[in-house]
Design a protein around this ligand. Structure first.
Ligand code: PLP
Length: 367
């Protein structure tokens, strides 16, 4: 790590390419849509998208239209789907850029039709059915009307029918089969209306556990980044690691306390190392006294409160020096903590850890 950097997120694009290839091999009949919303889950959307496409992904998925346009402007030419925007969004810019748009209601369909007239180009649309998540998507009782209108609208080309699973990370959950049945029904209605759309349903967990539901496209997100939402049985490689270095070392004496509020007091004389990363760099304050780092080949505890800019590591009687590398989390291969370990301690999921790592002060480098 360059000496002047306080904190560095490293993104291992080799690992990402490996994961894309592995996932594509697990869904051989389907195209891969690499989901790069939220700046590629904090890894860098454009870099991730380029690497994913190079490794065989033939679609990209984004949440908002502005995220999708960033990919297009970066020169990515594969189909890009976006699925969530306020109704005030300017769809015509997306249509002009050839972005695929998700539609969950008649009102949205009409907005897209109007935008297509402005853009003087047909809009590529994926009709979304709510099969039980009760979040985005068209309710089954409104579906026939939406499908009929979309089939008749000259301004739109219906590319796909799609939905999203609620409990795919619990393979035995009855919701998965129920959603699959409703999805089949929605597709049949689209066919009855004269459409011949593609179908897509699976996120990472669905891809890993339900080969019968892969259909034409799978939409992995978290698994691309090497984080396994279900089992641990596949060889996914974590893509992100988080690094800093020791800024100062000192001996403290038995009875001395460390950091704000004196929440930790040493029982013996010990060496502590100051590391210049804190909650402003993505180290959650909730990990105070509950995390370790890898320093000189060993896991060592962070003691006392996590501050805005710094943490303190207890190194006992070991020799540590200013400039020594500190790994906050990574793949776990060298014994360092993982994003999953942070998430488990905090009672959240690793998605939230990596996605939260985008900070102005943290340098991001790509390998
Ligand atoms: C985020 C998202 C995905 C990817 O989900 P993962 O659990 O990260 O694989 C797929 N589809 C939709 C609609 C999403 O919003």
């Amino acid at each position: 790590m360059a000496a002047h950097l306080h904190a560095e997120v490293r993104v291992d694009l080799d690992a990402l390419r490996h994961n894309v290839g592995l996932l594509a091999a697990l869904a051989p009949g389907a195209a891969t849509m690499a989901v790069v919303k939220a700046d590629g889950y904090g890894h860098g959307a454009v870099e991730v998208a380029r690497a994913a496409v190079a490794a065989g992904a033939s679609w990209l998925g984004a949440a908002s239209l502005s995220e999708a346009l960033v990919l297009r402007r970066a020169g990515l030419e594969v189909p890009v789907l976006c699925w969530l925007d306020p109704v005030s969004v300017d769809y015509s810019a997306g249509i002009s850029a050839g972005i695929d748009l998700s539609v969950s209601s008649v009102r949205r369909l009409e907005a897209v039709q109007a935008a297509a007239r402005v853009a003087k180009r047909r809009a590529r649309v994926h009709l979304k059915i709510d099969t039980g998540l009760s979040r985005n998507g068209c309710r089954p009782e409104d579906w026939a009307d939406l499908v009929r209108r979309a089939a008749k609208a000259p301004e739109v080309e219906v590319v796909a029918v799609w939905s999203h699973l609620a409990c795919a990370d619990e393979p035995g959950h009855p919701a998965n089969d129920l959603q699959a049945a409703r999805f089949a029904d929605a597709y049949a209605q689209a066919r009855d209306a004269g459409l011949e759309p593609l179908r897509h349903l699976c996120n990472s967990a669905g891809l890993l556990t339900r080969p019968d539901l892969h259909f034409d496209i799978v939409r992995p997100g978290i698994a691309l980044y090497g984080l396994d939402p279900v089992s641990g049985a596949v060889d996914l490689r974590p893509v992100m690691s988080f690094h800093s270095s020791v800024a100062l070392t000192k001996r403290v004496s038995a009875g001395d306390s460390v950091s704000y509020g004196f929440t930790w007091t040493t029982k013996t004389d010990t060496t502590v190392a100051l590391v210049p990363v804190g909650y402003a760099d993505g180290v959650p304050r909730g990990l105070s006294n509950r995390m370790h780092v890898l320093l000189r080949g060993r896991r060592r505890p962070v003691v006392g409160r996590v501050c805005m800019d710094q943490i303190v590591v207890d190194c006992g009687d070991d020799v540590v020096e200013e400039g020594d590398e500190v790994v906050l989390f990574g793949s776990g291969e060298r014994g360092e903590p993982t994003a999953r370990e942070w998430a488990d301690t905090l009672g959240t999921i690793d998605y939230e850890i990596v996605t939260g790592m985008y900070r102005a002060r943290v340098h991001r480098t790509f390998r």
